[in-house]
Write a protein that binds this ligand. Structure first.
Ligand SMILES: *Cc1c(COP(=O)(O)O)cnc(C)c1O
Length: 351
């Protein structure tokens, strides 16, 4: 396995990369919670990826994405998300440290009060991103508003390029083959940290949204023949094509990297049972999980992503879907800025 890790690292080293955060991110055991639950539970702290206090899994992806943008001599970065998008905020951070100009197209999934700007949207403002908020029209679905935001961005890009400016587009969540390279690397990073502790992870739980994180992890896992079972908890409704889309993204990532390993949709364990009622809408199990982790270990997760994934993991442990005594890693992907977002996103956390 060591040889495979080294070979993969060499391939990753050939890719353009911007230095944006602090890696490797810490890995540590949750002692009190492990005792209570009867498992060996570790936390992988991508919430500490930097560059500021508000890091997360997107900084990891952006190292490769911004590296690519700089190689293309881009001046503007255009990206997309919800108004409280962690990805959008981390992209602005990445742009600022790299001397690039960020343009955001943000769909108001949860309506924002323009006189009381909070959380990531506030950070986007402070860092002075060019922000376009796309309000949903009556009867318009989230997907339709998203498509409209892509069209608006396309027009803005054409204008800028006509004036001689070079633009680089980053998809929602940074979910592209190049972005996923970062989580192939992340999987190696975790494996090396576990090796140092003399432990193999039986399970790795994480929240999955656009799927870029999962695609990278799954490819890394496959490339080094790891025995770790990755369990991916959905944070939003997805159609039946989601697993095959992620397998395809993983394989495009493998193509970029030049590896022969193939990820099949059957390799993925995607669980849609914990996100209801929907993206950015809280649920009781997630909020209970947030309070449990906070009150047992003093660590904060969020109601949109990590809280729901953590609740999923707790359910697997408590119902013996994972065996007692297992070595489990929960990948903390960041997002706790949501704790300062709109009440609709928080639910009963403030009560
Ligand atoms: C974006 C995000 C995820 C999901 O990552 P994807 O690569 O989009 O699947 C998980 N947790 C947090 C906090 C995020 O911001």
């Amino acid at each position: 396995m060591l040889h495979k890790i080294e070979m993969l690292r060499e391939l990753l080293d050939t890719r353009p990369k911007a230095s944006l955060g602090f890696f490797p991110t810490p890995l540590h055991r949750l002692n009190r919670m492990s005792n209570e639950l009867g498992v060996n539970l570790f936390l992988k702290r991508d919430d500490f990826s930097g560059r500021n206090l508000f890091g997360g899994n997107k900084i990891r992806k952006l190292e490769y994405l911004i590296g690519e943008a700089i190689a293309h001599r881009a001046e503007y970065i255009i990206t997309y998300g919800a108004t409280q998008s962690n990805h959008a905020m981390q992209t602005v951070t990445a742009c600022r440290v790299s001397g690039l100009k960020p343009i955001l197209y943000l769909v108001a999934v949860i309506p924002t009060d323009e006189h009381d700007i909070r959380s990531n949207l506030l950070l986007d403002k402070i860092m002075d991103a060019e922000i376009h908020i796309v309000h949903r029209k009556p009867g318009e679905s989230e997907e339709e508003a998203e498509s409209r935001s892509f069209q608006m961005a396309k027009e803005r890009k054409e204008c800028l390029e006509a004036e001689g400016h070079k633009c680089f587009d980053i998809p929602m969540g940074g979910a592209s083959p190049v972005g996923s390279l970062a989580f192939t690397e992340g999987f190696l990073e975790l494996t090396e940290q576990m090796n140092e502790l003399g432990i193999t992870a039986d399970y790795c739980f994480h929240a999955t949204g656009t799927g870029g994180t999962l695609a990278g992890l799954a490819l890394g896992c496959k490339c080094i023949d790891s025995k770790t079972c990755i369990v991916s908890i959905n944070v939003s409704k997805k159609d039946d094509t989601y697993p095959s889309k992620i397998a395809s993204l993983a394989n495009q990532c493998g193509y970029v990297l030049g590896v022969s390993a193939i990820v099949r949709k059957g390799d993925l364990n995607i669980d849609p049972n914990y996100y209801a009622p929907g993206y950015e809408i809280p649920n009781k199990a997630a909020n209970d999980a947030i309070r449990y982790l906070a009150q047992t270990e003093g660590i904060l997760t969020d109601p949109v992503y990590t809280g729901k994934a953590f609740a999923g993991m707790l359910d697997y442990i408590r119902t013996n879907k994972v065996e007692q005594g297992s070595n489990i890693v929960f990948w903390h992907t960041g997002g706790a800025t949501a704790l300062f977002a709109e009440k609709e996103i928080l639910g009963d956390l403030g009560e």
